[in-house]
Design a protein around this ligand. Structure first.
Ligand code: 5GP
Length: 131
């Protein structure tokens, strides 16, 4: 059997995460290397690499949770805009990036992946955003 993705291990709780939301089909948690504070990853519980290969029900559940998370970010952080991005070259398990931003530069900003995660800030953000 192929090795499980790091995100499947996060859903199972085998790897800790800063959980924001969970339902039957989806899971949302803070990106450990946020582009902006409040950067959430929304994933389907089914481990499928390409978002475009998701069965329609799972794709729709992923979009419904993405919308809920974006609304939650608006309510709690009140940013100018909330971005949705799909890239997917880092982890072979479909995921949607939802994050607050104010400027075009912030939208295109890349996180510094070599930097140690700021666990204190992530923990405080998760406590605010979780629903
Ligand atoms: P991609 O480039 O594939 O669209 O994004 C993958 C994202 O997953 C990156 O933003 C990266 O920071 C995040 N990521 C990778 N490993 C982990 C992890 O173990 N925990 C969390 N919370 N995020 C991760």
């Amino acid at each position: 059997m192929a090795k499980e993705s790091i995100f499947t291990r996060i859903i199972r709780g085998e790897i800790p995460s800063y959980k924001v939301y969970e339902d039957e089909d989806t899971f949302a948690f803070l990106d450990i290397h946020p582009k902006q504070p409040g950067h959430v990853l929304v994933i389907p519980k089914k481990e499928i690499d390409h978002i475009w290969d998701l069965p329609d029900e799972d794709y729709q559940a992923l979009m419904a949770t993405s919308k809920k998370v974006a609304q939650r970010i608006r309510e709690i952080i009140n940013p100018r805009r909330v971005a949705m991005q799909v890239e997917g070259t880092g982890v072979p398990h479909a995921h949607v990036h939802i994050f607050p931003f104010s400027t075009v530069e912030e939208f295109h900003a890349e996180a510094d992946m070599d930097r140690d995660p700021d666990h204190q800030a992530l923990s405080e953000m998760a406590a605010k955003l979780a629903f």
